[in-house]
Design a protein around this ligand. Structure first.
Ligand SMILES: Nc1ncnc2c1ncn2[C@@H]1O[C@H](COP(=O)(O)OP(=O)(O)O)[C@@H](O)[C@H]1O
Ligand SMILES: Cc1ncsc1CCOP(=O)(O)O
Ligand SMILES: [Mg+2]
Length: 268
């Protein structure tokens, strides 16, 4: 099964899908670079009068609400509506929904009204969307644990989507099948935007793989393995700046051998 997930990364590298992103201004450049590193083509196109035309060209749409403005809200609604109509995959990163009620209602409305392929947040965000108590600090999660599984399952079933909750153990579920991934280093939490980058990679994977559970898993696993190798490479001299650069390098230089041998994945 892990080989099949690697096949998704290989398809990204061969097909180089065009990913349209409406994302936050903190990590927009990192999302563009990680998409290039994994083998996709990023286009950060978010102007209200452009998003509908652009989605016709794009292979998938990545929505991230980390620095949500009124203009972005309008553009997101137009883009998601058109993507749904054209049956193009949509991946949402609901940054900050655990902290801001307005963001939560915005995302729940999108989930109710449109076909969303993957919703990927940290476990605090996913638990909050599932209506559970969540321990969050702004855009960060202070939450983890077994109830993330229930949150993913409930959210996936309710909105007919795939839900992914990241954390020490990553959970991905489509409501029936559930995956746990235990790769990744605590150093990943010392770099802002790692979650955003996982979401961007998930959008690239969803562009080439229509089993969105597997698409999401291939993205989460890629970052986990790159994070593991990067941590080993800075073991002598741990430093988040160097670690961040090594993440990009290791996403770019993933191989089937590294992917298969290092994966710590469990299927339920
Ligand atoms: N304590 C941890 N140990 C190992 N990996 C972690 C830990 N916390 C988060 N990660 C990894 O960091 C990445 C980002 O997850 P997370 O920090 O939950 O998201 P966000 O950046 O959106 O808050 C994921 O690949 C996740 O697996
Ligand atoms: C710090 C911050 N503030 C608004 S968006 C953002 C980036 C969040 O990125 P991630 O969720 O991937 O850590
Ligand atoms: Mg996040």
């Amino acid at each position: 099964m892990t080989k099949e997930l690697w096949g998704i990364i290989k398809k990204i590298r061969t097909r180089k899908p065009l990913i349209q992103a409406i994302t936050n201004y903190v990590t927009i450049n990192d999302c563009a670079n990680i998409l290039l590193g994994i083998g996709a083509s990023p286009a950060m196109c978010e102007a209200k009068d452009e998003v509908e035309d652009f989605i016709e060209l794009a292979d998938s749409l990545y929505i991230n609400i980390g620095t949500l403005t009124r203009e972005q809200k309008e553009a997101i609604c137009l883009a998601v509506k058109k993507a749904s109509r054209l049956k193009k995959p949509v991946v949402i990163d609901p940054v900050g929904v655990g902290a801001l009620y307005t963001r939560k209602t915005f995302i729940l409305k999108l989930l109710e009204e449109y076909e969303i392929s993957i919703i990927k947040g940290n476990s605090g965000e996913i638990k909050s969307l599932a209506g559970m108590d969540a321990n969050v600090k702004g855009v960060d999660s202070m939450d983890d644990g077994p109830d993330a599984v229930d949150a993913c399952k409930a959210l996936a079933k309710k909105f007919n989507t795939v839900a992914a909750a990241t954390g020490k153990t990553d959970i991905i579920s489509d409501g029936n099948r559930t995956i746990r991934i235990k790769n990744g280093s605590p150093m990943l939490t010392m770099v802002t935007g790692v979650g955003c980058m996982v979401g961007a990679i998930a959008a690239a994977a969803a562009a080439v793989e229509n089993d969105f559970l597997k698409a999401a898993a291939s993205a989460v696993l890629s970052m986990g393995i790159a994070g593991d190798i990067a941590a080993e490479e800075i073991e002598e001299n741990p430093a988040p700046g160097t670690y961040r650069v090594k993440l990009f390098d290791n996403i770019y230089s993933l191989t089937e051998d590294k992917f298969v041998k290092r994966s710590k994945i469990e299927w339920e």
